[in-house]
Write a protein that binds this ligand. Structure first.
Ligand code: ATP
Length: 194
């Protein structure tokens, strides 16, 4: 599983459609302060399902949309597509190449796609679960994050180990099943009441 490329359109400082292609090996992004380096890693986290605007350095999710400059008008939506080589089938999906896309409009409406097919955020989360990527992954370690891991609470650290051990998916499914059982029990109580 490796990151082949990312395409940004209207995401933060990327007003024009920008495509970055990553070859095997190490890629470094170098540039002066404020030139938009962190916006690239923000885009990668965002397309993989990040829901915290704060961790994307914004107040709300629409803040990721290009806000305009003195010379350019703001844009109406932001879109990021991430392409991964899946020839080793590390992602539990039949395709040898996977492109996930996320789009957000100023109205707050969001859209998600896997290989061009519309899907739910939940599908994106489940696709990346137990791979170390995605919302709960540890593949992107930002400034200050190392300290957060070391000094964090035991159960937060546990989440990282669960993800690395590949059991996040099962824990997630168990929690979901427990929620549904609780809901069913509540329905049964209601039936009893009636
Ligand atoms: P640093 O050296 O501080 O880490 P950096 O190269 O990582 O900087 P970023 O923090 O990624 O840079 O980029 C910040 C730039 O992105 C700023 O110039 C900011 O104005 C611009 N920017 C952020 N959000 C938007 C937006 N919604 N619309 C337009 N420009 C934006």
């Amino acid at each position: 599983l490796y990151l082949k490329g990312i395409e940004l359109l209207g995401f933060k400082s990327f007003a024009d459609k920008t495509r970055l292609t990553f070859e095997p090996g190490v890629t470094s992004v170098v540039g002066p302060n404020g030139s938009g380096k962190s916006n690239i890693s923000d885009a990668i986290r965002w397309v993989m399902g990040e829901m915290s605007a704060k961790s994307l350095r914004g107040a709300n999710m629409q803040d990721v949309i290009f806000a305009g400059t003195q010379a350019r008008k703001p844009l109406g939506f932001a879109q990021v597509s991430l392409t991964l080589d899946n020839s080793d089938h590390a992602l539990d999906i039949e395709y040898g190449e996977v492109t996930v896309t996320r789009r957000v409009y100023r109205s707050g409406e969001s859209e998600y796609y896997i290989n061009g097919a519309s899907c739910r955020l939940k599908d994106i989360h489940e696709l990346f679960m137990d791979t170390g990527l995605g919302r709960d992954g540890y593949s992107i370690i930002g400034q200050g994050k190392v300290n957060e891991i070391i000094s964090g609470k035991a159960d937060e650290r546990r989440g990282i180990f669960d993800e690395a051990a590949g059991i996040s998916k099962y824990r997630h499914r168990k929690e979901e099943a427990e929620r549904k059982l609780l809901h069913t029990e509540e329905n049964l109580v209601r039936v009893g009441d009636i």
